[in-house]
Design a protein around this ligand. Structure first.
Ligand SMILES: [Zn+2]
Ligand SMILES: [Zn+2]
Ligand SMILES: [Zn+2]
Length: 767
């Protein structure tokens, strides 16, 4: 027993995001408050502390250490041992210790803190209107780090020499900018400039004011943000938006909007308490909010046919100043052409965005890592749709110690995942792996993560789809680097990513509903029922197969799927008269009919995404798409706002069992929808009934699987569950049957979450 008053030495090791976030000054202040002697230092792997004092004071210190951490710090683990005192007479911050092979978690970039916001708006402050203001509680981190340990020479700030005032802040442990590596001011830091498309500077005393005038005049600006350029225009100006759309080759995919304050957001959108929290969080993502279309002056061209708006608050001083100056909600979308990666360098932007932007609002603080805005929705709980700024490269914590694995992810919305210890470093959103630029971004980012986290993978996991660029990369680079290669089935990876982020180890019923995933039988899966855990899976059911006429063409033109279902299920003599689809070009309809009949370029598919497409085009909602899942999204959007649950009806369907496999038969469903259309039932009601039918299908299938297996936990994954109405209906139908339902929150349910599942499956396949 230790007597009060007897001095002890506590050696403390803190792991997590504890460097570059004001942790040492926090410890310094805390030690002074508690009158404790000793030191604190950064090492390559942790923060080390030695403090001396009586046991009770030490314990108070330790509890404050956990409870009062600075906003950007995230503690993973604190270990403390007690020893005999060494007789320290003061408390100091020691020099950093670098250790071979050790690594640190790296902080994501964080939105401007309140203190910095006040400074840039205060006319007497030396940082008044300075767009690169930051401190240890906010600002760029991941996007400027070239290597660890995180010190200014290893960031893109190395070219700026601090002025005496900044240097003083940097060296003062009691200052908010103590060791703030991107610390800068108007005297010594990065500068803003505005240039035209030929890189000619626009003469101006105040680049933000000039930019604001140009925006108000309907011009399109490329703004160099935190992780790359953004394309900006007035969100209330339909003409400007349409111009942006045509130049960017993005006809109707929704555009994100930035608004100056929460109050402004609430004028245009309904915001729940949970959504408010997310909007104002340090991560500051885009949140999909219910749009009050009738009372909002945001142009409908921002999100045609949709009921949600993607909205975010300003997250850098530059954004704050620009939004204040214009007094307008601004479209703020990734600076790229179509699906290429976001442009980050000034010269690169001139070339790649020259055809889109009229002017460039840019600066000379270089961006090392490309970093898109994150997107979240709140459906019960916050759920990631796109995980990037503010989140990556903070890891997902694994409930086991993993081998060093590189999981290459899927094709669309690609992310990769590198594992080491109990960390799964899921990359930021890389993009659709459909062009050389994105592949290059993928390869560079893999190298960056390997370097930052000192990872040398021994295993590579990849999707089974032979045409995915990420798969081709694995099959080429794996053997070159002498890595073992482990293929992971797409839907197994979906379900495991959901399980692992929820810490669920036991087998569950996995419902994986998405657009496309390569099956073990060489067909295109996507409406799958699995019995799965981290190690293995068994496919126990699926939606029935229909042909995918023309492969990619069937995805771009949902009416091809409508024909596939109608002719396959209702017979090749089925008459289209009276249906919207009959108005399409009759020659093409005939060609598709023949293609289906002869099975030319028509792989069988059980895809749920294609089922939604088919119904959407059957109802005449959307016959051709120009962004992923557009037909399904618009089908969801036209359902009635309020769902009257007791009156909710469903269409008939049946479930057949063949050699242990349950197959959902959809003939009755299609014939009933056609009947409803003939009876002039309203399209929103048909859409609602269809959504409810899919929920009933899932609930009934799970019930049958439960009877076979006794499993009562259901994991939902796959991009189809971004459909909020469906997610709600499925969850409540399953809960009514007594199932417990697991969904995603940390990683996207779409293919952006796949790499996490791949890594976990590969780990267990290799032990
Ligand atoms: Zn700050
Ligand atoms: Zn300065
Ligand atoms: Zn998928």
């Amino acid at each position: 027993m230790v007597l009060a008053g007897v001095k002890k030495l506590a050696k403390v090791s803190v792991r997590g995001v504890v460097q570059g976030v004001g942790f040492r000054p926090f410890v310094y202040r805390l030690a002074h408050e508690h009158n404790l002697m000793g030191w604190v230092r950064n090492t390559s792997g942790n923060v080390e502390i030695e403090v001396e004092g009586d046991k009770e004071t030490l314990e108070n210190f330790l509890s404050d250490l956990k409870a009062k951490t600075p906003p950007m710090a995230r503690i993973e683990k604190i270990e403390t041992t007690f020893h005999s005192p060494k007789g320290y007479v003061k408390f100091q911050i020691w020099e950093s210790l670098s250790q071979e092979g050790k690594y640190q978690l790296v902080s994501p970039d964080i939105a401007t803190c309140e203190d910095c916001q006040k400074e840039i708006l205060s006319p007497t402050d030396r940082r008044f209107h300075y767009p690169f203001t930051n401190c240890t509680n906010c600002g760029p981190r991941f996007t400027i780090i070239e290597d660890i340990p995180y010190d200014r020479p290893k960031t893109t700030m190395h070219k700026f020499q601090m002025c005496p005032d900044c240097q003083q802040e940097y060296e003062d442990p009691l200052d908010r900018r103590f060791h703030a590596q991107p610390n800068a001011c108007p005297k010594c830091g990065p500068r803003l400039e505005i240039v035209d498309g030929d890189s000619n500077p626009i003469k101006s005393d105040d680049a933000i004011k000039t930019a604001s005038e140009l925006l108000k005049a309907g011009k399109i600006l490329a703004l160099r943000g935190l992780g790359g350029f953004q394309l900006v225009c007035d969100a209330t100006n339909e003409e400007a938006i349409n111009l942006l759309r045509s130049r960017k080759r993005r006809p109707s995919k929704p555009l994100a909007i930035m608004m100056v304050t929460l109050k402004e957001i609430e004028k245009h959108c309904l915001v729940s308490a949970e959504e408010r929290k997310l909007l104002q969080s340090l991560e500051c993502p885009i949140v999909l909010l219910k749009w009050k279309r009738s009372s909002s002056n945001i142009s409908p061209a921002v999100a045609p046919n949709l009921r949600y708006l993607g909205v975010m608050l300003p997250y850098t001083p530059l954004h704050h100043l620009l939004l204040k100056e214009t007094g307008l909600p601004l479209v703020m979308t990734s600076g790229n052409l179509s699906e290429e990666p976001i442009a980050k360098d000034n010269d690169e932007a001139l070339v790649r965005l020259g055809g889109i932007a009229d002017y460039f609002l840019r600066h000379n603080r270089d961006i090392f890592a490309r970093y898109d805005d994150s997107v979240y929705m709140v459906e019960g709980i916050p759920q990631a749709i796109r995980r990037a700024r503010g989140y990556a490269p903070y890891p997902i914590f694994l409930p086991f110690r993993a081998k060093q694995i590189l999981a290459c992810g899927a094709e669309l919305k690609n992310t990769f995942c590198l594992t080491k210890d109990a960390h799964a470093f899921l990359s930021q959103h890389i993009g659709d792996m459909e062009n050389e630029e994105t592949l290059e971004h993928f390869e560079n980012t893999i190298e960056l993560y390997k370097k930052l986290f000192r990872i040398e993978p021994e295993i590579m996991a990849y999707d089974m789809h032979p045409e995915y660029l990420a798969t081709k990369y694995a099959l080429q680079v794996g053997p070159e680097q002498d890595l073992s290669l482990i293929p992971v089935q797409h839907h197994h990876a979906h379900i495991v990513s959901c399980l692992v982020e929820n810490g669920v180890e036991e087998p569950v019923i996995g419902v994986a509903f998405d657009g496309t995933g390569y099956g073990t039988d060489g067909t295109i899966w996507g409406g799958e029922f699995l019995v799965a855990d981290w190690r293995s899976f068994q496919r126990v059911g699926h939606l029935e197969y229909v042909p995918l006429p023309g492969g990619a063409a069937a995805i771009k033109k949902p009416y091809r799927m409508t024909l596939s279902y109608l002719y396959t299920l209702l017979g090749e003599d089925f008459a289209l008269e009276g249906l919207p689809i009959s108005k399409l070009d009759s020659t093409e309809l005939e060609v598709i009919k023949q293609q289906l009949k002869r099975g030319i370029n028509s792989l069988p598919t059980s895809s749920a995404g294609r089922l939604f497409d088919a119904v959407s085009a059957l109802l005449g909602v959307r016959e051709e798409i120009d962004y992923e899942a557009q037909a399904a999204i618009e089908l969801e959007m036209l359902t009635p706002n309020e769902v009257d649950k007791p009156k909710l009806k469903a269409y008939p369907f049946s479930i057949a069992k063949h050699q242990g496999m349950r197959v959902v038969r959809l003939t009755e469903l299609f014939s009933a929808i056609v009947q409803d259309m003939k009876n002039q039932t309203s399209i929103p009601i048909i859409s609602l009934k269809f959504h409810n039918t899919v929920a009933q299908i899932i609930a009934r299938m799970c019930k049958l699987i439960d009877e076979d297996t006794g499993l009562t936990k259901v994991a939902l994954s796959g991009g189809v569950f971004q459909n909020r109405l469906l997610l709600k209906l499925v969850t409540s139908a399953l809960q009514k049957e007594g199932f417990s339902v697991i969904t995603h929150h940390l990683v996207p349910c779409n293919d952006g979450g796949i790499s996490l599942g791949q890594a976990v499956v590969a780990h267990f396949a290799s032990i």
